[in-house]
Design a protein around this ligand. Structure first.
Ligand code: FES
Length: 383
């Protein structure tokens, strides 16, 4: 993040701290519970926000070398992402052109290409079909016409963006609107993947995202985890088109009062959270990055699937480093998986109870207003 941006944001935080205020919007908002329970709404979201837009699928470092690959099955089609022998990242449908078996599972290293586990047809990293066992019995199969089906992919700022359908552009400009400079500064491509955790939760995908978008709950829900680390109910929020950035100051930010502005290090004294519409939450921590991917489950408005990707600056090779990252990850998981998400599941079941036809966003929850309004507008709904 540019030093000038850090200074401007820090000044806003310090002013709030002195005045005991936070960023606000002008009025509360009501969101109908239907936004989280309605199957039709989910279907519109699925088609427009997930199948109709480029999707972040991981950092470039996940496929650092030619032949490295990852798969994604959360966007309605099986996707295989790899780096070709020339170093270019590519995406294909993970479907063998013989009888349609999956070519690869999970993630790993494929070397110079992929061999179908069913009958052994082989493809190079450019997706060309290069081998058919017992070739003489496939007379008429022109190899050049039986390559893998390619999906558009763009690699930007160390992030991989894939279009889930061939006719959609993978250009992530709307996904990163106004944030290119900041994301370029993070150096994602040089980071290392440490761990990925996956969970299925009984709540709407937007409720899972909402939990990252306000610190009003920190001193209550997180009193035994991260609550004591951060100032409660204090944030600065900025919208960038569909996306937003929210800063949660750590208590140590008061040190800045005694430092020259040129020495201010906002990342050291805060958690910087980006919500990249629709379903990505990037958390910039002091010494690592957490990237959350949250997907709806098709046809089920009260379920979602959540991935936490944990990236660190150097591979953890010493015992000390392993222990350091174990403790970091443990705190994240205890906070989110034993506090935030169970609360979200409670909200979802409450929505089914008929207790209320809407929920309320306070003026002190501006990021919630921004995200939920953007999500509603994108499918022709309103708050
Ligand atoms: S389905 Fe792939 S080789 Fe037969």
């Amino acid at each position: 993040m540019l030093q000038s941006t850090q200074i401007a944001l820090s000044k806003r935080l310090l002013a709030h701290l002195d005045a005991k205020t936070t960023d606000t919007v002008d009025a509360i908002a009501h969101n109908p519970v239907d936004a989280f329970t309605c199957t039709d709404r989910l279907e519109r979201e699925w088609k427009q926000l997930f199948l109709g837009m480029p999707q972040y699928v991981g950092l470039s470092c996940l496929i650092r070398e030619p032949g490295d690959f990852l798969t994604n099955d959360d966007l309605g089609v099986p996707i295989l992402v790899t780096r070709d022998v020339d170093g270019r990242a590519r995406a294909y449908l993970n479907v063998c052109r013989h009888r349609g078996a999956r070519l690869a599972e999970g993630c790993g290293k494929a070397g110079r290409g992929f061999t179908c586990p069913y009958h052994g047809w082989t493809y190079d990293t450019h997706g060309h079909l290069i081998g058919i066992p017992d070739r003489r019995n496939f007379t008429g199969v022109e190899q050049a016409l039986y390559g893998l089906t390619e999906l558009p992919l763009e690699e930007r700022h160390g992030m991989l963006w894939v279009a889930p359908r061939p006719e959609i552009s993978a250009d992530p400009s709307p996904n990163l609107e106004g944030l290119d400079e900041e994301f370029m500064s993070f150096g994602f491509a040089d980071y290392h993947h440490h761990d990925t955790r996956v969970g299925h939760w009984k709540m709407n995908w937007k409720i899972a995202i909402d939990t990252f978008l306000e610190p009003y709950h920190f001193p209550i829900l997180h009193k035994n985890t991260v609550g004591p680390i951060f100032f409660p109910n204090l944030c600065v929020v900025d919208g960038f088109g569909q996306n937003l950035r929210e800063i949660f100051p750590r208590r140590g930010i008061v040190e800045m009062h005694d430092q020259a502005e040129t020495e201010w290090d906002l990342v050291k004294h805060s958690a910087v959270v980006y919500q990249l519409f629709p379903n990505i939450v990037v958390v910039v921590q002091i010494d690592h990055y957490e990237i959350w991917r949250i997907y709806p489950v098709e046809g089920k408005p009260d379920e979602c699937k959540v991935y936490l990707e944990f990236y660190i600056p150097e591979p953890a090779t010493s015992e000390k480093a392993v222990e350091h990252w174990r403790r970091n990850l443990d705190l994240v998981l205890r906070t989110v998986e034993t506090e935030d998400f169970p609360a979200g599941e409670g909200i979802q079941s409450g929505m089914r109870s008929g207790a209320q036809d809407h929920i309320v966003y306070g003026m002190n929850e501006p990021a919630l207003h921004h995200f939920e309004k953007t999500a509603a507008r994108a499918v022709g709904a309103t708050l």
